[in-house]
Design a protein around this ligand. Sequence first.
Ligand code: GLP
Length: 245
Amino acid sequence: MNAECIHLPPFMNWRSFPTSASLSQHAAGILLNAIRDNPSVVLALPTGRSPLGMYDRVVNECEREYRCFRDVTTFNLDEYVGVPRGHPGSYRTYMQRHLFEHVDLDPRNAHIPDGMAGDLDAECRRYEEEIRAAGGLALTFLGLGRNGHIGFNEPGSPFDARTRVVELTPSTRAANAEFFPDGNVPTHAITMGIATILESRAIVLLASGAGKQEAIERLRSGSVDESFPASALRLHPNVTVLTQA
Ligand code: GLP
């Protein structure tokens, strides 16, 4: 079965849930159904607080359904620059802790940009090439930054941008400062570009959490422009937005 079998409607579909638990349950169901439809599906995965409940439920389900992730390939959206993979604040550590250690995903198929690479631009090109070699992204899960960022595509990111090094805004650094208690909050990250994300065949945006209401309203009814990166999703034919009522 190919990736086009993912059961998502061909337009921006808004779903509202009464609790974060029900939203996470639904998101986990979408992820697991994608694997059931195509056991070698290529997924793009987010970090942050919003997907934690989804990963928790996926892990629980996979304990019952042995070998869920055996042939799956994953690409994370982003990683900090200059943060070693074993650092508690790195996205590699986050993924290990919340998903990878608990499922049978082949470590060779779990891709995260290397923010410690000597040549970061070459690393970004390599990451794009790996996505292409895997056949492209079938299903991408995204979180939503309070300023409308997706991945680490901050306001002003060109919609045609691909994986690259970006500078984090002060508000994004403040939002993630708690993960760097020594005060050394990273200033840069590698992120998939908006064009990379828009090439995914289907996209699910987890638009939940404190302080997101303004961004959600702007996504729903604001204009499509580069000052608000998530608005690029309105150009995509198959996006599902999960919000909390
Ligand atoms: C971070 C990540 C994004 C994430 C966003 C929202 O900056 N790079 O990919 O979507 O923050 O995070 P949270 O879910 O914690 O609100």
